[in-house]
Design a protein around this ligand. Structure first.
Ligand SMILES: [Ca+2]
Length: 226
């Protein structure tokens, strides 16, 4: 677990665009106090399933199974759209326009043909891929934000964030920090579990690169947990 002190590079970040983000800063300190980090396990597809026909007990449900993109609340999570580009994702940067770039590339594809390369161009605190979703739910439901990442030259950290503002409950902030040593040139999946309350929720999910480096991102999903 990590509890972050409110810092200038807070994930509840100001943005060069769009301007509406700047109004959200007032609640920053309180949100960060509620920061939640989840386990550091990497994703893994079970490889030790018993052969069919054995009397071995059945394998436990795989909690880290590959999320089903068809159930995801996010759009263009595989970055495959050649019409939309990265939309509805947007690129946030800390302050300096052009300090990070987000580009669809074939090198960034884990599945399909394309993924996104998020890269620092000019020294700056952070850049982030962000997507905003409005979700209406009859009852509370846990969800899992998952992203497949690989990278190089990352010196500070990467984070998965989810900020959830609900019509019936106070806003909540969820965060998973990924240390640079955990990000290699091979793909690994990182997960962040969140709770979406009943009612109308405004969700913002972010994949944040702090400091220098190149981060390849693909197959980002926000799917309901059982
Ligand atoms: Ca893809």
């Amino acid at each position: 677990m990590s509890c972050l002190a409110p810092e200038p590079h807070s994930p509840r970040m100001p943005t060069a665009r769009p301007a509406r983000r700047s109004t959200a800063l007032a609640g920053l300190a309180l949100l960060l106090i509620a920061t939640t980090a989840v386990g550091e396990e990497r994703a893994g597809v079970p490889t030790d399933l018993p052969p069919a026909g054995h009397d071995d007990p059945p394998a436990e449900p795989a909690p880290m199974a590959e999320p089903d993109p068809a159930r995801s609340l996010l759009g263009n999570g595989g970055f495959e759209s050649t019409e939309l580009g990265i939309r509805p994702w947007v690129l946030y940067v800390h302050a300096t326009q052009g300090s990070y770039v987000a580009t669809q590339t074939t090198e960034s594809a884990r599945t399909g043909q394309l993924g996104v390369e998020l890269r620092q161009e000019i020294d700056e605190e952070y850049g982030a891929l962000a997507q905003h979703v409005v979700h209406e739910a009859e009852q509370a439901q846990p969800y899992r934000l998952s992203a497949w990442l690989r990278g190089r030259g990352i010196e500070r950290r990467v984070a998965l964030n989810a900020d959830i503002t609900n019509s019936r409950h106070p806003a909540r902030h969820f965060e998973r920090i990924v240390e640079p040593a955990a990000i290699g040139e091979g793909w690994a999946r990182y997960d962040l579990d969140v709770e979406i309350d009943a009612g109308r929720s405004s969700l913002e999910v972010l994949v944040v690169l702090y400091g220098p480096g190149t981060l390849h991102v693909d197959d980002v999903t926000l799917t309901p947990l059982p």
